[in-house]
Write a protein that binds this ligand. Structure first.
Ligand SMILES: [Zn+2]
Ligand SMILES: [Zn+2]
Length: 164
């Protein structure tokens, strides 16, 4: 059962205690929770996978599907960019060193936050630039017209804008 605000936090205590114990995951992150991470979606993040205790090591394996609703960096038109990625994490309840913190997924108090995990993985998987198409011409800096729809009448060469 998923409950609002915290329904994505699951206890991994029993999984940690029993070797070969496996739990299947199949859940969708609701729009309210997703919005809390500053992203809008045309299709909400869907997680399918498993948590499995392999000889005492807890592995999180999952596939993430979603379609973030983004804006083109140049012309601001809406861009829907489907994401289909697989992620693998070793889940630990405490980090022994700073390095471990980067390599392992931390679940303090044996509570694993699946929404937090998926949204963090998603951010790292997403390209830093969003373009509606590779050769997007962007907006005219003078009149604001979308240059992909055709040239405006502001006059080529009259104004030179230098972006650094
Ligand atoms: Zn564009
Ligand atoms: Zn113009």
């Amino acid at each position: 059962m998923q409950e609002p605000n915290g329904g994505y936090r699951i206890s991994i205590r029993s999984l940690l205690l029993r070797p070969d114990e496996k739990r299947a995951l199949d859940l969708t992150i609701d729009s309210e929770t997703a919005a809390g991470y500053g992203l809008g979606f045309a299709e909400l993040p869907h997680i399918t996978g498993s948590l499995e205790n392999r000889a005492g090591v807890l592995m999180l394996n999952y596939h993430l599907h979603c379609v973030p609703a983004l804006e083109c960096d140049r012309c601001l038109s809406p861009v829907e960019m489907p994401v289909d990625e697989d992620f693998v994490h070793v889940v630990v309840t405490e980090a022994a060193t700073e390095q471990n913190e980067l390599e392992y997924l931390l679940a303090p108090d044996a509570m694993l936050d699946l929404a937090e995990t998926a949204m963090t993985d998603l951010r790292l998987a997403m390209p830093t630039k969003t373009l509606c198409r590779p050769d997007c011409k962007g907006l005219c800096p003078v009149c604001g017209k979308n240059r992909n729809d055709g040239e405006c009448s502001c006059g080529e060469g009259d104004i030179t804008l230098v972006f650094e």
